[in-house]
Design a protein. Structure first.
Length: 256
């Protein structure tokens, strides 16, 4: 008599108070990521027998807080995230589906600069070591396997971010700081032909704000977006005007 399959039903499993550290040596300057706390919870149903593995995860929630990313041996972080959250997640291994109510990046900041030679600091920081053929083959196989999955995320959002920008290709160097950055994408899935509702809003520390709302179709590389500028300070563009004209911009603001 053949034995029946093994079945496991787990109503709820939680982990809390777990600190993490991970180093990725695939970059020219290795990246070290740290998280102060991981909170994880989910329900689980699985069946193991002669057939394919059956596994379903329900009510998946992930809360990662105190995230910092460092480059090489630098003591100052390249990027800080107050939190990373996943809410209302579910996964079905046999059906190759993943659904989540929300994925969010919360209260973060980073800086990007362009030096006199035109090199962008963030792009330089994430420059990867040229892949060996075996590593490239593994990534290609992973990408191929992932292409068979269907997924839907109701909302992906960025909340309470700050971005510092500096351009040293002009003189004097141009500085701009974007604060209270909030952005969202709705109904994100593997079908890139579907229009995605998007929103973006931020304030400019030097004065003014911007709001944008519309729809984007990734597969068609097209977008229909409405922009609203409110009292955007023009003084930060002075270094660029000085490059082409003997003009001094004393003050000015732009609105739509």
């Amino acid at each position: 008599m053949a034995a029946g399959p093994w079945r496991v039903n787990l109503n709820r499993f939680t982990v809390d108070g777990l600190g993490l550290r991970f180093t990725d040596t695939g970059f020219v300057a290795p990246k070290r990521s740290e998280a102060a706390n991981l909170k994880l919870g989910f329900g689980l149903q699985t069946e193991v027998g002669d057939g394919p593995l059956q596994l379903k995860v329900s009510d998946l929630g992930v809360d990662l807080s105190g995230v910092q990313v460092f480059t090489g041996s630098e003591s100052e972080p390249l990027m800080v995230l107050g939190g990373v959250a996943l809410e209302g997640g579910s996964l079905d291994l046999a059906a190759k589906t993943f659904v989540a109510r929300r994925v969010a990046l919360l209260n973060g900041w980073t800086e990007a600069s362009r030096d006199r030679q035109g090199r962008v600091s963030l792009l330089q920081a994430y420059q990867r070591i040229p892949s060996e053929s075996s590593a490239l083959a593994v990534r290609q196989e992973v990408a191929k396997a992932a292409s068979d999955w269907h997924y839907q995320i109701e909302i992906m959002d960025l909340v309470g971010f700050q971005l510092g920008l500096r351009d040293e290709t002009v003189h004097p160097a141009a500085d701009l700081t974007l604060t209270d950055i909030n952005a969202s994408v709705m109904h994100f899935s593997q079908d890139l032909r579907v229009p995605l509702p998007v929103k973006l809003a931020f304030k400019v520390k030097q004065g003014g704000s911007l709001e944008a709302e519309g729809k984007v179709i990734p597969a068609a590389s097209s977008a229909e977006v409405k922009l609203k500028l409110s009292n955007l300070a023009l003084k930060p563009v002075q270094p660029y005007l000085s490059q082409t004209a003997n003009l001094v911009l004393v003050s000015g603001r732009a609105s739509t």
